[in-house]
Design a protein around this ligand. Structure first.
Ligand code: SF4
Length: 142
């Protein structure tokens, strides 16, 4: 069965978020437009369902409970702390997510290796919260 399309209002909100956040962080959307579109649709559906753009690329036992933690509300903690986007929504010009700022044992380093941040002076407004994020990542994997 096909998924219900999201509302125009939620789609507009997500497209604006993506546009603004790319400019703020010096990242870009994926060179394959279908990749971006799938994530945008997922985020917009979550706004319709939950009132928040919960990351669509992860599994949650309880989505409403997950929203309360805020960790995976887009732009998520990993994006705001490390400039790393699991969903490939915010990437470099080659379609790779920035992994330079991730802890070395993070899954992103394992998958993509070291991907440098070409605009290190932009983005990462929560960079000072890496220690708390690492604690959460180990104690509450999600
Ligand atoms: S990984 Fe983070 S930044 Fe990327 S789409 Fe999901 S919530 Fe947004």
């Amino acid at each position: 069965m096909a998924l219900k399309p999201p509302s125009d209002a939620s789609l507009t909100r997500v497209r604006k978020l993506v546009d603004v956040y790319c400019r703020k962080t010096g990242t870009t959307t994926h060179p394959e437009k279908e990749v971006t579109e799938l994530v945008v649709l997922g985020l917009a559906r979550h706004i319709d369902e939950l009132g928040k753009p919960l990351c669509p690329c992860r599994f949650y036992p309880d989505k409403k409970e997950e929203v309360r933690h805020r960790t995976w509300i887009c732009p998520c903690d990993d994006m705001q702390i490390y400039k790393y986007c699991h969903c490939l929504l915010f990437v470099n010009e080659n379609g790779q997510p920035v992994t330079e700022h991730l802890p070395e044992d993070h899954e992103g380093r394992g998958i993509y290796g070291l991907v440098r941040d070409s605009t290190p002076d932009r983005g990462r407004p929560l960079r000072d919260q890496a220690e708390e994020r690492e604690k959460e990542r180990k104690e509450r994997p999600s």
